[in-house]
Design a binder for this molecule. Structure first.
Ligand SMILES: C[S@@+](CC[C@H](N)C(=O)[O-])C[C@H]1O[C@@H](n2cnc3c(N)ncnc32)[C@H](O)[C@@H]1O
Length: 787
């Protein structure tokens, strides 16, 4: 299956055998056109086939491999001359390629000769494989082919050579898309006996079908952790991909063709990293299917879970006794239809339905204080049924705090926009049977016209509208309940704290603010898609700017474990909080804060990274307590409990300029600051990576504490101000009743006493620094929010 912009497309993979058979059955008709038309009638969207025939493989092997053989390595000078001729002018003979005409090649995805070893140990084989690849790429371009699938890398020691060759192909072509075929994990983990390369190990070309799984050769010098742990084995193919795409500088024409032939492990956690990678095709041969009780082909449960969208199927007749060939495509379409994400997208009222087309689309955050919002923008906000229902409930409960006999409760909507909260306040007043006077303050002169119209037609005297900035104007009388919605995806990033500081002047000393508080939250993420989107602006500032984005092709790198030292916090961590009303601020004669220093914040968060991955940025979320237990949340673990199906906010994405490799079981310390001067507010962010290793494995330094770039175990959690392990991500939220199960997976014991279990061995840990990012957006040079 292949990922298109909207839906998965299903392709059939045709083998050389299929093409040979079709050419025997056709006279003058092109066998390729016949096969394409048959595939379409069976329900496939596209066709994938090898570009070259066995004839080419045979000639290349004779020229480039067999001349190197023989006991005394005597060169066959005739063959060598042929090879040299070919190297000086690489070209195909007609019967060495499967297609010769433009109409045959239309819409076809081609497999580059799978037997080409771009990462062969032998320099000559590698050299000649590169020439052969260029020849195939050039021929594919000649036929106007758009997508090619490259043979998989097989040799971890020479993956850099493989990557260099791919990078040069990318440079030398303008429109061709390259996908690298890779097994989801290292198959040698399961099938150690499979030869790494039929060419190199036997010298005899393997004539078996090209579905044979590539087996990965790991270097002898590979760290023990890679060779001996299942995690290392599982990671090995991803690590190769990481080297390739880094050497190719994250080229957007380079994607993955994941091979799902192997049975997948039940626990898919370690495979989640693929979600953050640019997968274009998933290859699923008929042999990956099992037979259900009725004899039809179905995929094993973990594979179903991994690919619920699309695949590139290679159909072997006769493997399953019911349904015939169309059953494979029908089954994959069924998987797509029953995918929870696809189903949610089709249901109106869901975030998925509302957000179609917004996945991974970077948007500049709104600046409603500095800019005047458009009517269309307000209209989009107003489609959110959940946010306004939550506000109405919060206002209703706040109104009930006053006795029913109260003569008048004064409410003020600060930043009323086109008036939806005013309307909800009126409803809350009706429901609570409280007598209210409502003031609506708005500084957007255009929206103020709509407010005037609504007052005239709907609200009458029950509402008084006031034009101006809440930091400057006065309400005619002190207010009991101040209601505002000035929240951004990170809580405070639309300057709610600063605006509400100004509005506190007209709130009575015992008055209520809705919201009463809000918090900002962060998690480290990997996403080559977002990284590429952010840097496509080609300016430094693009990678130092936070974006609003519906996160989709993203893998959150952290988990809820405490890490080896037991010092890490939960998967998503709280940065800071703002509370309203805040009564401890020094005010000037107008009732405004003398400076904005009280709104400066800093957080240092420590994340455990269980599986190796690349840090591309940070995901930012917020939670707000409106009143009592009524709140709003976009925190991924809590949003469904607090404000399910709320549409108004997508998360924030803080990019990282230089992707940072984080090994399995590492720790990531993230520092983030909210800073301000008289005119602006901005964020700065920075991250450092550490590895925890048993203390005994480091030569003791005569100086305790920091030595040679490492922090010693003697550093207590007090002197290393990182978040200590927290009992539960949700226990911190006043909005959530239930406590989520949370367990640390201590693999050791930290001398400073963070882990207290007597069952774990007493191993102290040192942490060694392994990398860091630069400081992003210093002084707000690339991005700031105007006050
Ligand atoms: C996010 S919108 C919310 C509008 C509306 N309450 C709603 O929920 O649809 C924030 C509104 O506050 C207004 N606003 C922002 N800062 C303000 C300020 N300092 N004084 C008055 N209005 C302000 C903006 O113009 C905008 O209309």
């Amino acid at each position: 299956m292949s990922w298109g912009p909207a839906r998965a497309t299903f392709s059939i993979f045709l083998t050389l055998e299929d093409i040979k058979k079709a050419s025997e059955e056709t006279n003058n008709v092109s066998p390729i056109l016949k096969l394409v038309s048959e595939a379409r009638s069976k329900g496939y969207d596209n066709v994938c086939l090898p570009l070259t025939t066995d004839k080419w493989r045979q000639r290349w092997t004779e020229m480039c491999i067999q001349t190197m053989e023989g006991d005394d390595h005597k060169h066959d000078m005739v063959a060598e001359k042929r090879a040299e001729d070919w190297r000086s002018g690489p070209a195909f003979m007609k019967d060495e390629v499967t297609m010769t005409r433009l109409d045959e090649a239309e819409g076809i995805t081609v497999m580059i000769s799978e037997w080409l070893e771009l990462d062969a140990t032998d320099d000559w084989v590698r050299h000649d494989a590169e020439i052969a690849l260029r020849q195939e790429v050039s021929y594919a371009s000649y036929l106007n082919i758009q997508n090619v699938i490259l043979p998989p890398p097989r040799n971890r020691s020479h993956v850099a050579s493989y990557a260099r060759i791919v990078s040069s192909c990318l440079r030398n072509t303008a429109f061709l898309n390259f996908s690298i075929r890779l097994p989801i994990y290292n198959p040698s983990f399961l099938r150690a006996e499979t030869p790494a390369s039929p060419l190199l190990l036997s010298g005899q070309p393997d004539t078996s079908q090209s579905s044979a799984l590539p087996t990965l050769l790991l270097p002898d010098s590979a760290p023990q952790s890679i060779l001996s742990t299942p995690e290392g084995e599982v990671n090995a193919t991803w690590e190769m991909w990481d080297v390739i795409r880094s050497i190719c500088d994250y080229d957007t024409r380079l994607t993955l063709a994941l091979d799902s032939t192997l049975p997948l492990p039940k626990n898919l956690d370690v495979l989640k990293k693929w979600a953050a990678e640019p997968i274009r095709h998933i290859y699923t041969p008929a042999s990956a299917f099992i037979t259900n009780t009725k004899g039809y082909p179905v995929l094993p449960k973990p594979t179903q879970a991994f690919i619920r969208d699309s695949m590139l199927a290679k159909v072997n007749a006769g493997l399953h006794n019911r349904g015939g060939e169309p059953a494979y495509a029908q089954y994959m379409r069924y998987l797509e239809k029953t995918s929870p994400a696809v189903q949610a997208e089709q249901r109106t009222g869901t975030v998925e339905h509302f957000a179609q087309g917004y996945h991974d689309y970077l948007q500049a955050p709104l600046q409603p204080l500095m800019d005047n919002l458009q009517s269309m923008t307000y209209q989009t906000f107003e489609q959110d049924p959940v946010k306004y229902a939550k506000y109405e409930e919060a206002m209703y409960r706040a109104l009930l705090e006053w006795p029913a006999t109260t003569e008048r409760i004064v409410c003020c909507i600060a930043g009323a926009g086109r008036g939806p909260l005013v309307a909800r306040c009126l409803k809350a007043a009706e429901r609570s049977k409280r007598n209210t006077q409502i003031y609506a303050v708005e500084k957007n002169s255009n929206a103020f016209v709509t407010l005037q119209e609504r007052k005239e037609k709907e609200w009458g005297d029950r509402v008084k509208i006031l034009f101006g900035d809440m930091r400057q104007i006065n309400t005619p009388e002190p207010v009991d309940i101040l209601i505002s919605e000035l929240l951004g995806s990170f809580g405070d990033n639309e300057l709610s704290p600063e605006c509400l500081d100004g509005a506190m002047r007209f709130l009575k000393p015992d008055g209520i603010s809705i919201p009463s508080s809000y918090t900002a939250h962060l998690a480290p993420l990997s996403s080559s898609k977002l990284y590429n989107e952010a840097r496509s602006g080609h300016e430094q500032k693009c990678l130092e700017t936070p974006y609003v984005v519906l996160l989709s092709a993203v893998n959150i790198l952290s988990d809820n474990g405490g890490g080896l030292r037991g010092q890490c916090g939960p998967q998503i961590q709280e940065c800071w909080e703002f509370v309203h009303p805040r009564r401890d601020v020094v005010l000037d004669s107008r009732g405004l804060p003398l400076t904005n220093s009280h709104n400066v914040r800093h957080a240092k968060l420590n994340f455990h990274i269980p599986h190796a991955g690349i840090l591309h940025g940070l995901a930012g979320y917020f939670e707000a307590v409106l009143y009592g237990s009524i709140g709003l949340s976009i925190h991924p673990r809590r949003k469904d409990q607090v404000s399910k199906d709320m549409l108004s906010w997508f998360p924030l994405f803080f990019p990282i300029k230089e992707p940072l490799y984080l090994p399995s079981n590492s720790e990531l310390q993230v520092s983030i600051w909210r800073l301000t001067n008289e005119r602006q507010v901005w964020y700065e962010w920075h991250a450092e990576a550490f590895l925890a290793i048993p203390a005994s494995s480091i030569v003791a330094s005569p100086l305790s504490g920091v030595s040679g770039g490492r922090l010693g175990t003697s550093v207590s959690s007090a002197s290393l101000p990182i978040a200590s392990p927290l009992p539960s991500a949700s226990a911190l939220s006043p909005l959530v009743d239930a406590v989520e199960p949370f367990s640390f997976r201590f693999q050791g014991y930290h001398a400073s006493g963070a882990g207290t279990s007597s069952e774990v061995p007493e191993v102290g840990y040192d942490i060694i620094k392994i990398g860091h990012t630069s400081l992003h957006n210093p002084g707000g040079r690339s991005n700031w929010i105007g006050l």
